[in-house]
Design a protein around this ligand. Sequence first.
Ligand code: AMP
Length: 307
Amino acid sequence: MSLLVVGTVAFDQIETPFGKTDKILGGAATFIGMAASMLDVRAGIVSVIGDDFPQEYMDLMSSKNIDLSGIEKVEGGKTFFWAGRYRNDMNTRDTLTTELNVLENFQPAVPTGWKNPDVLMLGNLHPLVQKSVLNQLDARPKLVILDTMNFWMDHTWNELMDVLKDVDVLTINDEEARQMSKEYSLVKAAKKILEMGPHTLIIKKGEHGALLFHENNVFFAPALPLEDVFDPTGAGDTFAGGFSGFLAKTQNYSFENMKRAIIYGSALASFTVEKFGTDRLSELTEEEMVERLDVFKSLTNFDIELD
Ligand code: AMP
């Protein structure tokens, strides 16, 4: 039951209509690892930080039983920094700054104890870094999931297409699915993207839920209608952490089980948006998670008679 995660461990600065943060803990791998840790899987992160990264943040992740031995610290280096501002609808955001810093020359090194994970979650990062992690493993994991974003499509399209050939599941948002496929219809987009390598595609639609495509099957999970969405940052990564963590825990990679995994991902993501950054995820209890899964169940369960 092991999940290896590669992705950013970062400083984020976030502005929403409700307020603005200083530099706080963020990064794709951080959210993925913290979400997966709710599912009792052995999770390890491969990433890089600068010597400006506070020990307090490392301690927080360790306290969640996340193995940090694959996080390299570059002396004299600066941690990856991202700043974004949400519009009033809270669904669209503008990136204000992306400072790659130590990520610019990052050569990932998978620690010895992590060369045989059950599931590999390639979080949003340079596709060459994603590929390098895959190549360092002793055997192909039972499931390889990749997340990416428009930034890498704009700057490293060929490298992205190359690594995509080796993955099982791709997770992207609706806008990125349209950009990747050059199709407006998400059903047409899914068909095109599934020809690029992955056998399964998840399209994240923020407050409108997530679509799961596999061969000719489609499944849809709504997002929980929340009274207040405070900060959507990390929701996509939390979703990916819940999804990959559930699959690593249950060791069942069928379409049916992926449906369950999507519900876990959505339930965990619904917590992340309730507070800034990782604040809500870091205080989350198992009871709260189970309660929310129950709410999801009643939200989506219905009987209908068909004759
Ligand atoms: P999301 O789940 O899409 O809201 O992801 C938000 C996280 O992605 C933030 O914590 C950022 O640190 C991280 N991030 C932003 N831009 C990039 C990028 N170009 N590459 C990798 N991670 C990024």
